[in-house]
Design a protein around this ligand. Structure first.
Ligand code: PBG
Length: 341
């Protein structure tokens, strides 16, 4: 290497001579970097969200390249691949055949989720199957429950119907129920319904802290669940609030939640950390459709290196305090060895 003459001064020389701490020492070798790594990602950290639809044909979701609405047959294939990679759990969303004002397919014995659950549990009893409990995919108006005469979400009427939905998922074999509607009292009502029917062993993973986020956009295309009018700001949280997130978690734990979730993940790392510091319960974070779509789109354009960008994004979520990460990248990241570091 060629050398150049660099001018210096006594203060500069003395600053260099008195340097003691040299953090770079621990970064100079790959193996040493591995030894001092504070956060590791493994398959055990991941939950794989999957969409299931009626019929024999799977359909791609244009806003989420690589993600499909799956036929039950293809769902079984995805689940098998997930198990082979060591992913412990999937999170199921259903796209119903018919929508109506009550979302009645969400609690029908022959509903898409119920059929998918029975098929999954029959074929892969060891896989943890989590179901999203909500009405927005099932109602013709796209809102997360029953509407009153003013067109507003009727919280307490929806709770009664949510109890029915919870029981029908439990009967069909769900291992964990994940209510995502941000209704007041949803955990208490689901717990009561499950316990009364003898399902005391089924845990609740509450979407306790779910923000009214623009990052759900691509999901609404995937799940065909965009609201026909209005938005979800009367039940989902204001992105400006973090103190309120602590109150939401406290309430859901009081009502009997076994695990809680923050959603989205990447834009809310501070919220994940504050909850982790305060509440000693398993914490999940959902890297949502918009976070996936941003990474995918930039990667497809050649603007980001997907491998490193995805592992960095997931690592950040775990470092912030998440014990579990729900991510559409679960299969691809493991299959392609992106998390190995
Ligand atoms: C509600 C639900 C939504 C998501 C998960 N559960 C959509 C919403 O609240 O509008 C979003 C997940 C994602 O964006 O990946 N059933």
């Amino acid at each position: 290497m060629e050398r150049i003459e660099i001018a210096s001064t006594p203060p500069i020389e003395s600053a260099i001579a008195s340097l003691r701490a040299r953090p770079r020492r621990l970064r100079l070798q790959a193996a040493l970097r591995r030894m001092v790594r504070e956060t590791q990602l493994t398959a055990n950290d991941l939950i794989y969200p999957l969409f299931v639809r009626p019929g024999r044909e799977s359909r791609p979701v244009p806003s989420m390249p690589g993600v499909r609405q799956l036929s039950i047959e293809d769902l079984l294939r995805e689940a098998e691949a997930a198990l082979r990679l060591g992913i412990p759990a999937v999170l199921l969303f259903g796209i119903p055949e018919h929508k109506d004002p009550f979302g009645s397919e969400s609690y029908a014995e022959e509903g898409i989720i119920q059929r998918a659950l029975r098929a999954l549990k029959r074929t892969f009893p060891e896989l943890v199957v989590i179901t999203d409990l909500c009405f927005c995919e099932y109602t013709d108006h796209g809102h997360c429950g029953l509407l009153d005469e003013r067109g507003q979400l009727d919280n307490d009427a929806t709770l009664r119907l949510l109890a029915q939905q919870a029981l029908s998922h439990a009967r069909a074999g769900a291992d964990v129920l994940a209510p995502s509607g941000m209704l007041d009292g949803m955990v208490a009502v689901i717990r009561a319904a499950l316990d009364e029917a003898g399902y005391t062993h089924i845990p609740i993973l509450s979407y306790a802290v779910k923000y009214a986020s623009a990052f759900y956009g691509p999901f609404r295309q995937a799940a065909e669940s965009a609201p026909a009018f209005g938005d979800r700001r009367t039940h989902q949280m204001d992105p400006a609030n973090a103190e309120e997130a602590l109150r939401e978690v406290a309430l859901d734990l009081e009502q009997g939640a076994d695990m809680v979730m923050v959603k989205p993940a990447g834009p809310y790392l501070d919220v994940i950390r504050r909850i982790k510091d305060r509440f000693p319960v398993p914490l999940a974070a959902y890297q949502v459709s918009g976070e996936y779509a941003m990474l995918k789109a930039a990667a497809l354009q050649g603007w980001l290196e997907e491998r490193t960008a995805v592992s960095e994004a997931l690592l950040a979520i775990k470092r912030a305090g998440a014990d579990m990460i729900i991510t559409y990248y679960a299969r691809e990241a493991l299959e392609k060895g992106w998390l190995a570091g």
